[in-house]
Design a protein around this ligand. Structure first.
Ligand code: SF4
Ligand code: SF4
Ligand code: SF4
Ligand SMILES: [Zn+2]
Length: 461
């Protein structure tokens, strides 16, 4: 017998329309139970772990309403995207898709084959200026595509980001051009731009299935060069059922032993080109990925919690302080759940603003002033204290904070992008990952991916 939890709005992948849907519990799983008046009903797996799914809803925190308004009135969701006055979360991560050019044709690509786009640096500057006038500061910005490094005027995007005060620029990349082009790598190094490198696993078969080519040795060579030249990078892993879920703990171990700053695991979303090549079963649930991660040598059960700024069904994260080589302490273990959520809510990097900073300092004081702190505790506390000290000073500088973070902090994220099967409108309204379009419009990432995969232009959203 199914238990009914909530009514929401889903999407029919056949007629590409919004349809009524319910969240239900059946046989220990959470399902999105959709009903299309034309194409009938469909049940989509959302979670295999009801206990964890329900616990995640205890983590909801109030959002920060965006001041940014592209659309002044609300005509219905997601038809008013822009952001509109009903949107419930500001932009934590703006993403500029600067070109659809690419030197791969991955079967798992989210973009449909026919999607062709290119943003000019002039359009980029105008949009970024608009965003800056609404957000207090531009902490994070991601350039994406396609393969953004193939934009013929790529270096201008880096210059503009620096000029307009972006503290941390990341570039999503398959790494092929960076491998061949030393001058491009030097540009990244000089500007401290982080390469968010596609890295799907540690077997040849995974790359052949997801990327259409065996790229394993190429990826290892790219990482070797990044580390040798001290090019800052993070790893982005698309994990897929029946393909790579067993590799997840090994990828995490590899990450903790590497110089990579963060690991982002994205359960494969079956959108765009992936819809032509795979069945929706490819998508793992967030709890399946988290359960797999927790078998890594470096990750303990409970380290990951939902990111408290978006919808709790969208993403989970964990942060780790490096105690010494090969030894890490999770921020969750250090702070406990309540304070962890306070420190991480509504911000892209925890502990950098006064409240979060103070919470961490107080915790250090508590542990330090315990009756008999162990030797291990003393080493750890002094390490964290010296990290925080580097952030202090007359003026807080996000750039300085990121530099300090690079040496002492590692983060792990799981981001479950929605596809036409798993789409749930309730998640979209609190989305904090927004595509920055020419003209200054901001569109929640899943709304845009879905509209393209549904063959609608983003203009209609
Ligand atoms: S997703 Fe957000 S911005 Fe888009 S229409 Fe809905 S509430 Fe408005
Ligand atoms: S997934 Fe990325 S690298 Fe692969 S084809 Fe799509 S844009 Fe190119
Ligand atoms: S991009 Fe999609 S999955 Fe991520 S926060 Fe936004 S709505 Fe949620
Ligand atoms: Zn339908």
């Amino acid at each position: 017998m199914a238990r009914f939890y909530a009514l929401t709005t889903g999407w029919c992948p056949e007629c590409r329309e919004l349809i009524p849907a319910g969240l239900t519990e059946e046989d220990g799983c959470i399902l999105l139970d959709k009903m299309c008046p034309v194409h009938g009903s469909e049940k989509v797996l959302i979670s295999r772990d009801v206990r964890r799914y329900k616990a995640y809803f205890n983590h909801i925190r109030p959002g920060v309403r965006p001041k940014y308004r592209f659309t002044s009135d609300f005509k219905g969701c997601p038809d008013s995207c822009g952001l509109c006055p009903q949107h419930r979360q500001h932009t934590c991560l703006p993403i500029a898709e600067i070109t659809s050019r690419c030197d791969l044709a991955c079967p798992v690509c989210l973009k449909p084959r026919e999607a062709v786009f290119e943003m000019s640096p002039e359009e980029f500057r105008e949009s970024l200026l608009k965003l800056r006038s609404y957000e207090e500061s531009l902490i994070l910005l991601n350039l994406s595509g396609g393969e953004p490094t193939l934009h013929p005027r790529f270096s201008e995007f880096i210059d503009i980001s620096a000029e307009l005060g972006v503290a941390q620029l990341t570039v999503s990349t398959n790494g092929l051009r960076l491998l061949k082009d030393k001058a491009l790598r030097d540009l990244f190094i000089k500007n401290r731009v982080v390469a968010a490198l596609q890295f799907d696993g540690l077997t040849e078969a995974t790359y052949e299935t997801l990327r259409g080519r065996n790229l394993l040795q190429t990826k290892k060579e790219i990482i070797r060069i990044f580390e040798q030249e001290d090019l800052p990078y993070s790893l982005v892993t698309v994990a897929a059922r029946g393909v790579s879920e067993r590799e997840i703990p090994q990828v995490a171990d590899y990450f903790f032993k590497s110089k990579a700053l963060s690991l982002m695991i994205q359960p494969a979303a079956v959108s765009g080109r992936a819809q032509d090549n795979f069945s929706p079963d490819l998508r793992l649930t967030i709890d399946e990925v988290v359960n797999n991660l927790e078998t890594s040598k470096f990750i303990k059960p409970g380290d990951l919690a939902p990111i408290a700024c978006s919808h709790p069904g969208c993403a989970a994260s964990a942060y780790y302080f490096k105690v010494r080589d090969g030894e890490f302490l999770s921020l969750m273990e250090f702070l406990g759940l309540e304070e962890y959520l306070r420190v991480t809510a509504n911000r892209s990097f925890p502990g950098l603003e006064p409240e979060g900073h103070q919470i961490i300092l107080d915790k250090i004081y508590d542990r330090w002033s315990a009756l008999s702190p162990s030797q291990e505790d003393k080493v750890l506390m002094s390490r964290i204290r010296s990290f925080l000290k580097r952030l202090e000073g007359q003026d807080f500088s996000p750039n300085r904070a990121f530099e300090a973070g690079r040496e002492s902090v590692k983060s792990v994220f799981v981001h479950g992008l929605m596809d036409p099967y798993s789409f749930d409108l309730a998640r979209l309204v609190k989305c904090c990952n927004h595509y920055l379009q020419a003209g200054g419009r901001l569109v929640p990432m899943c709304a845009q991916n879905l509209s393209l995969s549904a063959g609608k232009s983003s203009e209609t959203l």
